[in-house]
Write a protein that binds this ligand. Structure first.
Ligand code: R5P
Length: 303
């Protein structure tokens, strides 16, 4: 591996087609050069990538989030990592939103463990390190045979909320057990009360039911904190229960605002008009920038 005078491999950042701005911002924060490339998506949806610069001996940080369309964004990452690793670069994939992270086990007999497949594809596609943001579950990390890091967006989300909302006796709510550690960390940084609801999802229809006994939220502002808002079904169901219990304002906070179809309308119809997310996924609510948290983490990865 070619090394600089200090003995550390030269690093460059490739801001992938799905994460141009975020990749450029991470590169700026790390004072690293960008790796130029050409990209073309053909009318049939296939992608062509072309690199001119030699990368042998360098570490390439490929920043490519895999929000919808997940398969296209994932495949573009694989195309880049395959080519660059074949040329002798060490590839560190920075995937702020990691698609398929929710399918980290066989919930229903016969289901494919999709995250395991993603893990295999990344490794065989030449990725030797992976950094993501708020992976859905810690168990998911164990499906990877390469070093994988999950950076927390919670401190940045809390700073944003503190700066932009005047909250009355805030209560932080986790809509289900799975994400409770993350929401609890949010509550502790906000110095707010924490409540965990219980969610049941019908694995066939996708319908969600949220329950809780004795909710002390009357007249208080509530923040529902989750890793992902996809269809909005989970947050909406939690919002209904909280309103019934007398919550004043209900604010939805998430790391990954996928907001598919009419998710925003669904939330709005239950009076949830304040939705805060990060820019791991570009959207109208992606107000919190994760580039600083990612860059700070990348500074600690020395190999
Ligand atoms: C699931 O366990 C996740 O943490 C989220 O709660 C879920 O993915 C949100 O999806 P939706 O918005 O479609 O209910």
């Amino acid at each position: 591996m070619r090394a600089t005078r200090e003995g550390v491999a030269e690093k460059v950042v490739l801001p992938g087609p799905a994460s141009k701005e975020l990749g450029e911002s991470i590169a700026r924060r790390l004072s690293l050069p960008l790796l130029p490339y050409e990209v073309k998506v053909f009318p049939d949806g296939e992608t062509r990538l072309r690199f001119e610069e030699k990368v042998s001996g360098k570490t390439v940080l490929i920043v490519q989030s895999t929000y919808p369309p997940p398969d296209q964004n994932l495949f573009q990452l694989l195309l880049a990592s395959h080519r660059l690793s074949q040329e002798g670069a060490k590839v560190h994939a920075v995937v702020p939103y990691l698609a398929y992270a929710r399918q980290d086990k066989e919930f229903v007999a016969g289901e494919v463990v999709s995250l395991g497949v993603v893990s295999h594809l990344l490794r065989s596609g030449g990725v030797s390190r992976l950094t993501t943001v708020d992976i859905h579950s810690a168990e998911g990390l164990s499906l990877f045979a390469i070093p994988v890091y999950s950076v927390s967006a919670i401190p940045s989300l809390v700073s944003y909320v503190k700066k932009n909302f005047k909250l009355n006796q805030p209560v932080v709510v986790a809509p289900d057990f799975g994400g409770s550690k993350r929401s609890e960390a949010f509550a502790s940084l906000l110095q707010a009360m924490f409540v965990q609801l219980s969610k049941k999802r019908d694995r066939v229809t996708g319908q969600v039911k949220v329950e809780s006994s004795k909710l002390e939220v009357k007249g208080r502002d509530v923040l529902i904190v989750d890793d992902i808002i996809s269809t909005g079904g989970t947050v909406r169901a939690a919002g209904i229960v909280l309103r019934e219990a007398g919550a004043a304002r209900v604010i939805a906070v998430c790391s990954h605002p996928l907001l598919v179809d009419d998710a925003m309308e669904k939330l709005g119809s239950e009076g949830i008009r304040d939705v805060v997310g990060t820019n791991t996924v570009p959207s109208e609510v992606s107000k919190v920038d994760v580039s600083e948290a990612i860059a700070e983490h990348l500074k600690t990865v020395t190999e």
